[in-house]
Design a protein around this ligand. Structure first.
Ligand code: 13P
Length: 253
């Protein structure tokens, strides 16, 4: 059985006070309303990781994640945050390769492979993002691009290690646009990713890896997306900033 995961990516949003309120609301509702086998990950901005973690307390169904980490372990890299720092704060998850990092910060496959390695070395679970821009889908090259993104940053891992990865498929044209992929488009790409993993690592390992869908997930479309055979949860942006709707998304799994 693959882990069912719904992660909220807060991106660069909220003041500390707002982050605290959001966390308390989500935490209370998850405790009352969400089944026990769903893992909720709150990917907060770096300065809020510890306050959010503290507010969650011993609620085991919710954990905290970071949105990025450096490829370096320590040193003169002003403004960066390292995997050992996150590990020292007992942060279990880190998003890597988000399309906004690829687009605005020039992150590419080789760099992301290093970030994946340093995160794993410090026992963080990477949520590795892949996904195609609109023009690539229009050229019908989306499957080839996503397979390449998975290959170039993950396929150096051995079979035992790849099991520790969570993958998120986020078509760039669906992020923050209100234009979600159809359930069929999501399922098709998730199946392509899983088949690619199976080709390299075998079916049993491919079947054990959670693949999340991200891109304009909301309370109205989550049920259909999460019902797809190869969709194991979601990576949610805008809606993760609204406690009630986010919890409705979580309950759709
Ligand atoms: P939206 O849910 O706002 O489209 O963002 C998706 C995303 O980028 C999550 O990482």
């Amino acid at each position: 059985m693959r882990a069912k995961i719904v992660a909220g990516n807060w991106k660069m949003n909220k003041t500390l006070e707002e982050a605290n309120t959001l966390t308390s609301e989500i935490s209370g509702m998850v405790a009352d309303e969400v089944r026990g086998d769903v893992k909720v990950v709150l990917c907060a901005p770096f300065p809020y990781l510890l306050p959010v973690k503290k507010l969650i307390g011993d609620q085991t169904r919710i954990v905290v994640g970071a949105q990025n980490c450096s490829e370096h372990e320590a040193g003169a890299y002003t403004g960066e945050v390292s995997a050992p720092m996150l590990a020292s704060m007992h942060i279990p998850y880190v998003i890597l390769g988000h399309s906004e990092r690829r687009q605005y910060f020039g992150e590419g496959g080789a760099l992301l492979a290093k970030k994946v390695d340093v995160a794993l070395k410090h026992n963080l679970t990477p949520i590795y993002c892949c996904g195609e821009p609109l023009e690539v889908r229009e050229r019908n090259e989306h499957e080839a691009l996503v397979k390449k993104q998975v290959e170039e940053s993950l396929f150096h891992l051995d079979a035992e290690t790849i099991k520790k990865i969570v993958i998120a498929y986020e078509p760039v044209w669906a992020i923050g646009t209100g234009k979600t992929a159809s359930a069929q488009q999501a399922q098709d790409m998730h199946a392509v990713i899983r088949k690619h993993l199976a080709g390299k690592y075998g079916q049993a390992i491919a079947d054990s890896i959670s693949i999340l869908y991200g891109g304009s997930v909301n309370a109205a479309n989550a049920k259909e997306l999460f019902a797809c055979a190869d969709v194991d949860g979601g990576l949610v942006g805008g809606v993760s900033l609204k406690s009630r709707e986010f919890v409705e998304v979580i309950k759709s799994i």
